[in-house]
Design a protein around this ligand. Structure first.
Ligand code: SF4
Ligand code: SF4
Length: 428
């Protein structure tokens, strides 16, 4: 990782000053079971069951899985098949809220005495990476300190995608929980120091975190230039610690654990209250919205359609979970807010505005690639289905950040081709 590439994007942080507001109870909640990497939880409910806030409604035996909890009290009115954006299917439960928001009787702060009970508590909370990756957090925390000792906790506060400001608001509004979550992780995981990486376009968050950590010699604030994809795990590790995660290795091999700022903030809240992950702070923005753009605390399972109606959406042509670079298209407004949703963006323009022309071999895509890959050669290898060459060119390292497509003067759909080529490699 020498040049680290990356691209300068327009920030569009229109909602940076929008204080988070509770969105409230939707008319219906629809919760798919597949919301994280790993085993899909088995749904415990059947039609007509009564549920309560924080009640576990789905879980799997596999360690690589995060349980699912009800965000509302109410009645189960439907169990159906759900089509995930990646094409797979799972069960989904639809709950009609009763408006009471009665807390489940077993919701109480967890008892934490050591690393094992801390990791168990994080698992039981249903937490998955809140930066959008949907990786079960307890799995990340379960590193083997004998094989891969970790000395540095990196807090990812880059939020480098345009439009999204939910992490930035987390620093500002949940400062004490961010710090408390960091200290809990350092204490129970035995990590000696912490570096908080924040991009330089978040001045208020930087000032606040500097002030609040002034007395903590083991916590450092690292201000990073605003450059996409600063928040990619390997990139932020390098930018905050100078360490390189070698090909085929994990951050723990470099002595680093990376957690998103909203993730550590949630850990603190859960340890205090015992309320599992049932809501999400997200940014609501985009050119198709005519009012109420801002940051909202939204119950998981809330239909996107209710957010769009509230925001006066008109002429929506592109609808995304997450940012314009790595966001996932929402195929129907009836899809719900998920654990990993940090933004709902609605635009009144098509994602692909210009037809691609032939590659002019300018090399710009390769210079922009944070991992020094050769996207134009992926494209030619994919066209002839040359899987050996795709592997030799190290296609699996591609993190689909979108930089190559963004800079290509010929408008080649490079990132999309990389995804298709990866699928071809996987099948092979
Ligand atoms: S999408 Fe992949 S190939 Fe393109 S710039 Fe990002 S990492 Fe490099
Ligand atoms: S940036 Fe586009 S035109 Fe230039 S080499 Fe890459 S694919 Fe070809």
């Amino acid at each position: 990782m020498k040049n680290l590439g990356g691209v300068k994007l327009p920030h569009h942080k229109n909602t940076a000053d929008s204080k988070t507001v509770d969105f409230g109870l939707p008319k219906l909640i629809r919760i798919p079971m597949a919301q994280a990497m790993g085993a899909v939880p088995n749904l415990y409910l059947k039609k007509d069951d009564k549920v309560f806030v924080g009640q576990k409604i789905g879980s799997a035996d596999s360690f690589m899985s995060a349980p699912i909890h009800s965000p509302v009290s109410g009645d189960v009115i439907d169990i159906s098949d759900y089509l995930n954006p990646n094409g797979s299917r799972c069960k989904a439960v639809t709950i009609r809220p009763d408006g009471e928001q009665t807390l489940f009787e077993e919701v109480r702060p967890p008892e934490i005495t050591d690393k094992a009970s801390f990791i168990l508590a994080v698992r039981e909370s249903g937490l998955t990476g809140l930066g959008g990756a949907a990786f079960p957090t307890h799995v990340k925390l379960s590193f083997d300190e004998k094989k891969t000792p970790i000395d540095t906790l990196v807090i990812n506060g880059a939020e480098c995608e345009p439009y999204i400001t939910s992490d930035s608001r987390c620093f500002i509004e949940d400062t004490e929980d961010v710090l408390s979550g960091i200290k809990l992780c350092m204490k129970y995981l035995g990590i000696a120091r912490c570096v908080i990486g924040i991009e330089d376009n978040k001045k208020e968050a930087i000032a606040l975190m500097r002030e609040k950590t002034a007395a903590d010699s083991d916590i450092e604030i690292k201000v990073l230039p605003s450059l996409y994809p600063q928040g990619a795990e390997k990139v932020i590790i390098y930018k905050t610690t100078g360490r390189v995660v070698m090909e085929g290795q994990l951050p723990s091999n470099a002595g680093v654990l990376v957690l998103n700022v909203s993730t550590v903030s949630f850990i603190s809240k859960y340890c205090k209250t015992g309320l599992p992950l049932t809501s999400k702070r997200l940014t609501l923005d985009g050119t198709a919205l005519t009012k109420n753009r801002g940051n909202y605390n939204v119950l998981i399972g809330t239909p996107v359609a209710e957010l769009l109606e509230f925001a006066g959406a008109e002429n929506v042509k592109t609808l995304l979970y997450g940012g314009p670079m790595m966001g996932v298209p929402i195929y129907s407004p009836e899809q719900p807010v998920l654990k990993s949703t940090n933004a709902i963006l609605a635009f009144n323009t098509d994602a692909a505005l210009t037809e691609p022309i032939a590659c002019i071999r300018c090399g710009t895509c390769s210079r922009a690639c944070p991992l020094n890959l050769l996207p134009m050669r992926f494209e030619t290898a994919y066209k002839v289905k040359d899987t050996k060459l795709l592997a030799k060119l190290k296609l699996p390292l591609c993190m689909n950040c979108g930089c190559c497509s963004y800079v290509c003067p010929a408008n080649r759909p490079l990132t999309e081709t990389n995804l298709l080529a990866k699928e071809l490699l996987r099948k092979k």
